[in-house]
Design a protein around this ligand. Structure first.
Ligand SMILES: Cc1ncc(COP(=O)(O)OP(=O)(O)O)c(N)n1
Ligand code: TZP
Ligand code: MG
Length: 424
């Protein structure tokens, strides 16, 4: 039976790269045995009964410098590793410092560590010795699009694309030298697609949230169709966020209403599509595919809610004083409700933090904040004067003679104010 070694790079066995070969079974010749003995001290030629599972290469001081034929491959691996690591760090910074998203931050950090662990099995001295930045002809090649970064999420999205390309390059070229590393790189690459989706998902929801001014709290109505009709008319009137808040409904009915609302919202043209938030119930929001959930100070803590709705879910928190508002931001809330501001027809309260609380929030917090409690077209200007350009209302719309007309009037007033008023 003859035995032939071919390299993964397709080269004949006599110039095979270290560990870079597959086995096709013939009778091992004396020459092949000595070659194998040199390549794989731990592998005996006669033990080859099938394509052996790739063993991780353990870098040793005896590792010969990269063969001239592999010098370029080591340069690719070195440059691509740096590119992928830098991309993951860029994504992690966005998740941590822009989105305050612990889950997304943790995922990006973990992938960076997984990549480092995979590369730790390669002889670092070969990678470094192959590095030739001054001689790198690519450093001066620039494209116009690389200079355009309109937003932080655009930076993170571009980093994700660079990271995927670099990982693909590593995955293919490492097969020439250390094939056992390729599956580990492939696994990391697939996770960067998930990461990019989270960025996109998060950014689309985050951008829609950041642009939201008018937030309406609505009940489940008498039927799914009645609710769907309400959603259509309020979305057309300019409501940016709809919250399904109905304490009368049992779980099953609330779930069915939420499913119907999710389907209705999805059918609305993107430009007019409101975010759909469920009051209190993270489980129903997640199960029914809503955009997120709103919880009060007495409901599940944000960390638990985040585990249920995931990194893409929008989580809003009710706050009644500055300390609660600051804590909600630290916990990673995507927005906060601040109130009650005025006496409400929908819910009774013993205390009213009022306009003063709104002024504090406007000065000291950066995440979207919606004033709530007894707000309507007659007093919304007082809210806007505090520096809070966003409101959440219930009765002002749902109890109005014409809910869509009331919504449109409120939206018109709100639209005159900048969403990013300078802090005075
Ligand atoms: C946008 C918004 N802000 C505040 C609330 C109040 O939530 P919570 O304190 O949990 O009270 P209930 O709505 O559950 O009675 C909200 N729902 N939405
Ligand atoms: C649920 C809730 N939390 C604070 S105020 C409020 C009710 C908001 O309804 P309205 O706008 O009719 O006062
Ligand atoms: Mg609640």
């Amino acid at each position: 039976m003859r035995f032939e070694i071919i390299t993964h790079c397709g080269r004949r066995s006599d110039s095979a790269c270290r560990n870079g070969f597959a086995y096709r079974y013939n009778t091992p010749t004396l020459h092949t045995r000595s070659l194998l003995a040199d390549f794989r001290p731990s592998l005996q030629a006669d033990s080859l009964t099938a394509v052996p599972p790739p063993q991780p290469h353990r870098p040793t001081p005896q590792d010969a410098p990269p063969a001239a034929a592999d010098y370029g491959v080591y340069r690719i691996l070195d440059a691509s590793y740096n590119r992928a690591s830098e991309g993951l760090r860029t994504i992690e910074d966005y998740a941590r410092f822009v989105r305050n998203d612990p889950a997304l931050s943790r995922h990006a950090k973990q992938l960076r560590h997984d990549l480092a662990a995979a590369f730790a099995t390669l002889p670092r001295q070969h990678l470094l010795s192959a590095r030739d930045t001054p001689g790198d002809v690519g450093t001066t090649i620039q494209t116009a699009s690389e200079q355009i970064r309109p937003s932080a999420v655009a930076v993170a999205t571009a980093a994700a694309a660079r990271c995927q390309q670099a990982l693909r390059s590593i995955e293919e070229y490492v097969k020439c030298i250390y094939p056992e590393v390729a599956p580990r790189i492939e696994a990391i690459r697939y996770q960067t697609y998930t990461l990019e989706a989270a960025l996109q998902g998060l950014s689309q929801a985050a951008e829609r949230l950041a642009g939201a001014r008018l937030y309406a709290l609505i009940e489940g109505g008498e039927s799914n169709e009645a609710l769907a009709q309400t959603i259509r008319t309020l979305a057309t009137a300019g409501v940016d966020i709809l919250q399904l808040r109905d304490k009368r409904l049992d779980d099953r009915t609330l779930y069915e209403r939420t499913r119907a609302a999710t389907a209705e919202v999805a059918a609305i043209d993107t430009a007019q599509r409101p975010l759909l938030i469920v009051n209190d119930r993270a489980d129903i929001a997640a199960a029914a595919g809503a955009d997120g959930v709103h919880v009060g100070q007495e409901e599940l803590p944000l960390a638990a809610v985040r585990r249920i709705v995931g990194p893409d879910g929008i989580v809003g928190v009710s706050t009644h004083n500055l300390s609660q508002a600051q804590q909600a931001q630290r916990d990673g809330a995507d927005y906060i409700g601040c109130g009650p501001t005025f006496t409400s027809r929908t819910k009774s309260f013993a205390e009213f933090p009022g306009l003063e609380f709104l002024k504090q929030v406007a000065k000291q917090l950066s995440l979207p904040a919606f004033a709530i409690g007894g707000i309507d077209a007659t007093n919304v200007d007082q809210v806007l004067a505090t520096g809070i350009p966003r409101v959440a209302v219930s009765a002002a719309i749902t109890a109005a003679e014409s809910p869509p007309q009331a919504a449109a009037e409120l939206k018109q007033i709100l639209s005159k104010w900048s969403l990013f008023a300078p802090r005075t």
